[in-house]
Design a protein around this ligand. Structure first.
Ligand code: FNR
Length: 187
């Protein structure tokens, strides 16, 4: 692509040995030319959302920084595990905080979703729930190809490098499609 695009990557797992974080780290080598990636600011320091807290002291600095990073990006990729068939609580909490902002950062924002799971469903149920939240947030959510990495422990090597060729192709195809999608939907 001639145009350069900066994509913000939000990882839904907080643990060091995360497969989802490893997938996020693989994105630059699988992206078309001109696409660069920035890691989202930490969101796990945000307190649990409570409207009383918002009314008393406004938005926490971590929520402001998270929202500013989303606003400043050409697109967002959320790479997340599935917890109990849905969106991990810490990630959902971050979405809940920014959703209450006047300048809500996801409005008209192109967003793609990826997930890794150690189970056979690959985090797909989380993806469908996240899509629903993104509809309410007025994001433009990318459709297909989906990146759903099932049995992730067989797709990465011991150094957490994504080695599964089929998965690498899906990621490449999604990133190519997402770059075109961003160009198409932005003002
Ligand atoms: C899981 N896991 C899981 N897997 C899945 O396919 N469906 C699920 O609903 C859940 N639920 C779930 C809840 C909680 C609290 C944990 C900690 C784990 C397993 C999950 O796929 C596995 O731990 C992944 O490795 C998590 O992703 P990261 O941290 O490796 O990126």
């Amino acid at each position: 692509m001639a145009e350069s695009l900066n994509i913000l990557v939000i990882c839904g797992s907080l643990r060091k040995g995360s497969y989802n974080a490893a997938l996020a780290r693989a994105l630059p080598e699988l992206a078309p030319p001109g696409v660069t990636f920035t890691t989202a600011p930490a969101y796990e320091t945000m307190p649990l959302y409570n409207e009383d807290l918002q009314n008393a002291s406004g938005f926490p600095p971590a929520a402001e920084a998270f929202a500013a990073a989303i606003r400043g990006a050409d697109g967002v990729i959320i790479v997340s595990p599935e917890y109990n068939w849905t969106i991990p609580g810490a990630l959902k909490n971050a979405l809940d905080w920014v959703s209450r902002m006047k300048d809500q950062p996801f409005v008209n924002k192109p967003v793609a979703i990826q997930s890794c799971s150690q189970g056979p469903m690959g985090g797909s149920r989380m993806q469908y729930h996240l899509r629903q939240s993104l509809v309410y947030l007025k994001a433009f959510t990318f459709g297909v190809p989906e990146v759903i990495v099932s049995v992730a422990q067989n797709k990465f090597d011991k150094d957490m490098k994504l080695t599964d060729e089929t998965t690498r192709k899906f990621v490449q195809q999604q990133l190519e499609g997402f770059a075109k999608f961003i160009a198409r939907v932005r003002d």
